[in-house]
Design a protein around this ligand. Structure first.
Ligand code: 4AD
Ligand code: MG
Length: 429
């Protein structure tokens, strides 16, 4: 048994390859088939007399996505996809599909999304999934290298973290309501008081009522939290993480980026230092550019695109008005109307990929905030304990994986950045 990606090790040898038919072609007395096995593509050549007659005839029954086993001799063939060819000596179909729904022609996105379970087999979708896998690996390596400990946070939770309007609610046995986690942050804060530097990496859920190219209802987030870190510290950490992941993807997924026809120059530019501007500066730039906006409002996708257009790499916008941000953000001592927070905006119109902040460390302040945001105190007593028992300044951020993958791959919509997207209007397949 040989992986197609490893055929270089088997030149001149007989191998067995198992996979699916990607392409079929006849030319005179010769038959060609391109087979995919998940590791790569190889062309098999069938010449009458070089394999049993019955096997040669089986070729005519094959259709796209037929599963099969091939035996053959490996030859170096620079013109073939992958650089090798198989002279087939045995062909054994496993299952032959009728009417594979995805033809090599243009399909609408709705159709492809309905057939997402099959669409994943296309070279483009495979390339995206491999980039995504690399992003996960690189994030873990980065945090491990920085001495962060992975701590898993719960998905079923008794409270909101990021506002009550996007909560998914479920019945929790006979204990009333539970909510699907919008962020692991609050639990990560507890873990940071135990382990110092921690991160979590998991699915998060938001009942987003908006249909945009940047919103999923289920998405993956990697979140970091560190005791004694200030806003400045996590800005440095966020910049280190994103530049590391980008460089790792460039180093190991060049082939995939080529399949995606991604212009890699904007990725190559994503090296530190990333520009840092305050919310005030960003707002002034918007108003100068004719995009009128009042102080105090959060930026939307359009504003983020305009702001990031001025830079060739991700930009960090810090110190937004507290009034448009979450309850847990520490106020800026220099101007208490501002939060010690940061959003990282990706270039090329991709917008916010990271949100983070320094957290309120004082118990009384936090109690006031809960009241202001009309959040119930009782289910958050444990969170208040963190301010009662050895409270310290601490900070963290969350990176949205699909937004990052969408930018890295140059995708039009985050729905292609996750294997099975969950959207306002999609729960199938
Ligand atoms: O800015 P957000 O809401 O921040 C938090 O959740 C913090 N509790 C994180 C922390 O400090 N530990 O979300 C963080 C990131 C966003 O910048 C965005 O990349 C992504 O999560 N995100 C989404 N991605 C896809 N679909 C959605 N509906 C998303 N909502 C947020
Ligand atoms: Mg945010």
């Amino acid at each position: 048994m040989a992986d197609i990606a490893r055929l270089a090790d088997h030149v001149g040898q007989a191998v067995t390859v198992r996979g699916w038919v990607h392409h079929l072609r006849s030319s005179g007395k010769i038959r060609f088939l391109v087979v995919r096995d998940g590791t790569g593509l190889v062309q098999g050549v069938l010449v009458k007399g070089q394999l049993p007659d019955g096997d040669f005839q089986e070729f005519d029954r094959l259709t796209l996505e037929s599963s099969l086993i091939l035996e053959g001799l490996v030859r170096a063939e620079p013109r073939a996809p992958g650089g090798f060819e198989l002279t087939v000596t045995r062909l054994e179909p496993l299952q032959i599909p009728q009417d594979y729904p995805i033809a090599p022609k243009e399909h609408g996105v709705g159709f492809l999304m309905d057939h997402r379970h099959l669409w994943l087999r296309s070279p483009r979708q495979q390339a995206i999934l491999r980039v995504r896998d690399e992003v996960f690996r690189a994030c873990r390596d980065f945090f491990h290298g920085q001495g962060f400990v992975l701590v898993d946070t719960p998905i079923l939770t008794p409270t909101a973290c990021e506002g009550t309007t996007s909560l998914f609610e479920t019945d929790y046995l006979d204990r009333g309501k539970a909510y699907l986690s919008q962020s692991g942050q609050l639990y990560l804060e507890a873990a940071a008081m135990a382990l110092g530097r921690v991160y979590c990496f998991g699915p998060t859920f938001r009942a987003e009522k908006s249909k945009t190219r940047r919103h999923l209802t289920e998405f993956w987030m990697v979140e970091a939290e560190a005791a004694f870190f200030t806003l400045e510290d996590i800005m440095g950490l966020a910049e280190g993480l994103v530049s590391y992941v980008v460089q790792e993807v460039l180093a190991h997924r060049g082939q995939e980026l080529k399949i995606l026809e991604r212009d890699i120059s904007p990725l190559e530019a994503a090296v530190p230092p990333f520009p840092r501007i305050s919310y005030g500066e960003a707002l002034a730039r918007l108003n100068e550019g004719g995009q009128e906006m009042a102080w105090g409002e959060d930026f939307g996708g359009d504003e983020e695109t305009l702001i990031s257009q001025a830079f060739d790499r991700p930009v960090m916008v810090h110190r937004y008005p507290r009034q448009c941000k979450a309850f847990y953000m520490e106020a800026d001592a220099a101007n208490p109307e501002l939060a010690l927070c940061v959003d990282m905006l990706a270039p090329e119109g991709y917008g916010e990929i990271i949100g983070g902040s320094q957290r309120v460390a004082d118990l009384e302040v936090l109690l006031t905030r809960l009241a202001e945001h009309r959040l119930p105190r009782e289910p958050l007593e444990w969170y208040l304990d963190l301010r009662r028992y050895g409270s310290v300044p601490h900070s963290g951020f969350g990176l949205g994986i699909e937004r990052l993958v969408a930018w890295l791959c140059g995708l039009k919509h985050v729905r292609e950045a996750i294997p099975f997207p969950r959207l306002l209007d999609r729960l199938y397949p």
